[in-house]
Ligand binder design. Structure first.
Ligand SMILES: Nc1ncnc2c1ncn2[C@@H]1O[C@H](COP(=O)(O)OP(=O)(O)OP(=O)(O)O)[C@@H](O)[C@H]1O
Ligand SMILES: [Mg+2]
Length: 452
C-alpha cells in the first residue's frame, strides 16, 4: 500500500535510526534523511503521503521543510517533532499546515503509530476529495454552471449527488438564478441523458391548453382536435419532464398532476387507454411553495410529492464572488456571437459590476453584458458601456446596499453630469442646487468627465 510510505527527517542520527527502525518493523516503508535539504532533493523519488519531521535542524529547519514538502505534494500529512516545552514551535507548525506534533524524545511509540494512522487516513480523505472535485469539474464543463463560491459549489455537489438517482427534484430560487440550467444539468448527468428532457412552462398556457399539452388527446376528443397528439408526459417517457414555474399551475391541474405522479400512468384526453410512464420529474419555481401551500394556493400533498429533494439557488448577490467569473464567460459567449474582439472589462467597470446588487440575478447580468458588448467601442468594456447599471446603481433604494450619504451624493452627481454631458447649468438646475455649489462639489469629490 502506498500510504505506508513515510519519510523521517531528523539531524540526530540516534533518534532517526530509532524511529525508522521501529516503523519499518511496523510495516512502514521508511526513507530516512539527515537534513531538510537532503529530504527535499530526494522527495520526488519517494513521494510519500506521510512525513515525520524534526523542527529544529541546522540549515533548513522543519518549518521550512514542511512548507516546501506541501508545495511539492499538497496532500502530504506531516507530523512534526518538537522539543519538550516548545509549544510555540508546535503552534507555528500546525499553522503552517502540519497534521499533528509529537514532543521529543518520542517515548510513547503507540501514540506515534496512532497519529501516523490518523495522518494516513487524512491523506486518503483529501486525495479522495480532490478526485471527487476533479470529477465534478469534468462533469460540469466550464461552459455550464459557472461559479466557485461555496454557495454554488454546494449546488453543484447536490446536482452530482441527485443526478444518478430517479428522485423527484424541486429547484427553487429567485428569477434568473439558473433554475432551468440546473434542471438541464441534472438530466444531462443522469442515466436518462440519452433520452429526452421535455420542458413545459406551466405559466405559459391557459388551464385547458395546459391539460391537453401535458396529457395529449385523441382525434375528435374536442372541437379542434383534428388529429391525435401525444402529451408531454408521454413524450418524456424514458427521460425527464421539467415542469417549470410549477407554482403557477392551476389547482385543477395540480390534482391531475398528483394522480400521474402517484400512478405513473396517463390517459390522453378522449381516450380510456392507460399509458404507463417511466419519467423523472424535475420541477422549478421562484415562488415560496410552502407559503403558497399555507395560503391555499398550492396543494400540500403535491408539494410533498415534488419536494423530495430541494435544490435552492442563491441570489447573485449572495455569491458576489462569482460575478466577474460570469462576466468573463458571457463576454466570451457574446464575443463569438457578435464577432467582436472584446477581452474583458476595465477596472472601473469591474468594480461597478462587482458591487451592484443584481435584483435580476444572472439573467440581468447576462443581458447587461450582451448590451455592453454591442455598445462598446474598445476591446474592454468600460463604465460608460454599462448604461442601465450606473443609473440604478446611484439609487440606494434599488441596490438595497446602504451607502454613506456622501457616497450617494458623489455617485449621483457623477451620474447626472454624465447623463447631461457635463452641462453644468442644466445639471445644477436638475439637481436643484446653485451652479457654484455644483462646482464646489465637483472639486470636493474630484469628479471628472468620463473619457469616452
Ligand atoms: N451559474 C451559472 N453559470 C452560467 N450561466 C448561468 C448560471 N446561472 C444562470 N445562468 C444563465 O442565466 C440565464 C438565466 O438562467 P435560467 O433561465 O436557468 O434562470 P431561472 O432561474 O430559470 O430564471 P426564471 O425564474 O426567470 O425562469 C441563462 O442564460 C443561464 O444560462
Ligand atoms: Mg426559468
Amino acid at each position: 500500500m502506498t500510504d505506508r510510505k513515510l519519510i523521517v527527517v531528523d539531524d540526530e542520527a540516534g533518534q532517526r535510526d530509532l524511529l525508522s527502525g521501529f516503523l519499518s518493523k511496523k510495516g512502514y516503508q521508511v526513507s530516512a534523511f539527515g537534513s531538510g535539504e537532503e529530504a527535499l532533493e530526494e522527495y520526488h523519488k519517494v513521494f510519500s503521503p506521510l512525513a515525520l519531521v524534526d523542527m529544529k535542524m541546522p540549515g533548513m529547519d522543519g518549518l521550512e521543510l514542511l512548507r516546501r514538502l506541501r508545495e511539492m505534494n499538497p496532500f502530504i500529512q506531516v507530523i512534526v517533532l518538537t522539543a519538550f516545552g516548545s509549544v510555540e514551535t508546535a503552534v507555528l507548525a500546525m499553522r503552517a499546515g502540519a497534521f499533528d506534533y509529537l514532543t521529543k524524545p518520542v517515548e510513547d511509540l503507540e501514540e506515534l503509530l496512532l497519529k501516523l494512522d490518523k495522518a494516513a487516513q487524512q491523506n486518503r480523505l483529501v486525495v479522495e476529495h480532490q478526485v471527487m472535485s476533479e470529477r465534478l469539474a469534468e462533469a460540469f464543463p466550464a461552459s455550464e454552471i459557472i461559479g466557485e463560491s461555496s454557495a454554488i459549489n454546494k449546488v453543484k455537489e447536490l446536482i452530482s449527488l441527485v443526478a444518478p438517482k430517479d428522485a423527484t427534484v424541486l429547484v427553487t430560487g429567485p428569477s434568473g438564478t439558473g433554475k432551468e440550467l440546473v434542471a438541464r444539468a441534472i438530466h444531462a448527468l443522469s442515466p436518462r441523458s440519452d433520452k429526452r428532457l421535455v420542458a413545459i412552462n406551466c405559466s405559459a398556457f391557459p388551464e385547458t391548453l395546459l391539460e391537453s399539452e401535458l396529457f395529449g388527446y385523441e382525434k375528435g376528443a374536442f372541437t379542434g382536435a383534428e388529429k391525435t397528439k401525444q402529451g408531454r408526459f408521454e413524450l418524456a417517457d424514458g427521460g425527464t419532464l421539467f415542469l417549470d414555474e410549477i407554482g403557477e399551475m392551476p389547482s385543477s391541474m395540480q390534482v391531475k398532476l398528483l394522480r400521474v405522479l402517484e400512478e405513473r400512468k396517463v390517459q390522453r384526453l378522449g381516450s380510456v387507454k392507460e399509458i404507463a410512464l417511466d419519467i423523472r420529474i424535475i420541477a422549478a419555481t421562484n415562488r415560496d411553495l410552502k407559503d403558497l401551500v399555507a395560503r391555499g394556493g398550492f396543494r400540500e400533498d403535491l408539494f410533498y410529492r415534488l419536494n423530495v429533494i430541494q435544490i435552492g439557488l442563491p441570489t447573485l448577490k449572495d455569491r458576489a464572488g462569482d460575478i466577474l467569473l460570469l462576466v468573463e464567460k458571457f463576454i466570451g459567449k457574446y464575443a463569438r456571437k457578435i464577432g467582436k474582439e472584446v477581452v474583458g472589462v476595465d477596472a472601473e467597470a469591474a468594480d461597478l459590476l462587482a458591487n451592484y446588487s443584481w435584483p435580476g440575478n444572472v439573467r440581468e447580468l447576462e443581458n447587461m453584458i450582451e448590451r455592453a458588448m454591442v455598445l462598446t467601442r474598445s476591446n474592454r468594456i468600460t463604465r460608460s458601456d454599462l448604461t442601465g447599471l450606473s443609473a440604478k446603481e446611484t439609487t440606494t433604494v434599488v441596490t438595497g446596499v446602504i451607502l454613506p450619504l456622501c457616497d450617494v451624493e458623489k455617485r449621483h452627481i457623477q451620474f447626472c453630469l454624465d447623463q447631461l454631458n457635463w452641462n453644468l447649468g442644466l445639471c445644477a438646475e436638475k439637481l436643484g442646487i446653485h451652479r457654484n455649489t455644483l462646482r464646489t462639489k465637483i472639486k470636493e469629490y474630484s469628479l471628472s468627465k468620463n473619457p469616452e
